[in-house]
Ligand binder design. Structure first.
Ligand SMILES: Nc1ncnc2c1ncn2[C@@H]1O[C@H](COP(=O)(O)OP(=O)(O)OP(=O)(O)O)[C@@H](O)[C@H]1O
Ligand SMILES: [Mg+2]
Length: 256
């Protein structure tokens, strides 16, 4: 099985993680599992939006593997280094009823990670075949994707706030995606936190000017903000929440 890979990207604080969480929630609810959620932001917090605990990240494992000598001391008897590595990777996969979650964790420190990134990539390739959807929350630079550690993206969703400058930043992000030859099958814009769920004409003009393809507009919503502020998983807001509703309509346009 080759999963559909959905990646969410955009400027800091625009609502990428919240939208990722809501997409995962929506797919799970519509019976479109199995789903693998991937937190590829080094400042990982997708688990908070989803309401799951994280004990180990792939970054932690990578740090362990970096010091190849110390891992030799840790090897359980009768286990090769490769077996031990796979065993640890298994630990980093958080399995839930509706979705599984993999947290990439912090990225490169000093030193060469080529070998370890290779191991990571092979492991993720192996995992992905068990899922119908991969939903990836990213940092602005899309580093794991551009390095090829994460698989090729099918649907890239750029998230912007409802400002002209926000849309300009989304335009630059789209430019970066083109420059890096990521070639997603589909790249669309979602405008988040629009006052009253409506887009200003000036912002609409800017979207056209940037050559962006607007998929949907999500309203600024008190409940989403409140849940987050109170430390409750915002993907669990009631089903009739305006952002959830608008996102459902938005995703339906691309058959999700
Ligand atoms: N539609 C919305 N209405 C109200 N608040 C929202 C909405 N979307 C997101 N937020 C709030 O905005 C803040 C930032 O959201 P979020 O963490 O999802 O953004 P992000 O793009 O992932 O940020 P970062 O770049 O830091 O990873 C959070 O407090 C979140 O609850
Ligand atoms: Mg985030």
């Amino acid at each position: 099985m080759k999963p559909t890979v959905i990646a969410v990207a955009g400027k800091g604080g625009t609502g990428k993680t919240t939208i990722c969480g809501l997409i995962i929630q929506h797919l799970a609810e519509s019976g479109k599992g199995p789903i693998l959620a991937v937190d590829a932001d080094p400042n990982s917090n997708l688990n908070e939006v989803l309401g799951v605990e994280v004990e180990m990240t792939l970054g932690d494992i990578r740090e362990k593997l970096k010091f190849q000598d110390s891992i030799a001391d840790e090897l359980p008897p009768n286990m090769t280094k490769q077996e031990y590595t796979e065993f640890m990777f298994g630990d980093a996969l958080i399995e839930g009823d509706d979705f599984d979650l993999l947290v990439m964790g912090r990225t490169q420190g000093p030193g060469c990670y080529c070998y370890i990134n290779g191991v990571l990539k092979a492991q993720i390739d192996k995992y992905q075949s068990g899922y119908r959807y991969l939903v990836v929350d990213n940092e602005a630079g899309l580093e794991h994707i551009s390095r090829g550690i994460l698989p090729h993206v099918d649907i890239l969703l750029l998230v912007s706030d409802a400002s002209r400058r926000g849309v300009q930043a989304a335009g630059r992000a789209a430019e970066m995606v083109r420059e890096q030859n990521m070639n997603p099958k589909m790249m669309k814009l979602i405008v988040n936190r629009a006052p009253g769920g409506k887009l200003d004409e000036g912002v609409m003009e800017e979207i056209k000017k940037q050559g962006l393809d607007l998929l949907g507009v999500l309203p600024n919503d008190e409940a989403i903000y409140r849940y987050d502020a109170e430390g409750r998983p915002s993907s669990t807001v009631p089903k009739d929440n305006p952002v959830r509703q608008a996102l459902r309509e938005t995703l339906a346009k691309i058959d999700l």
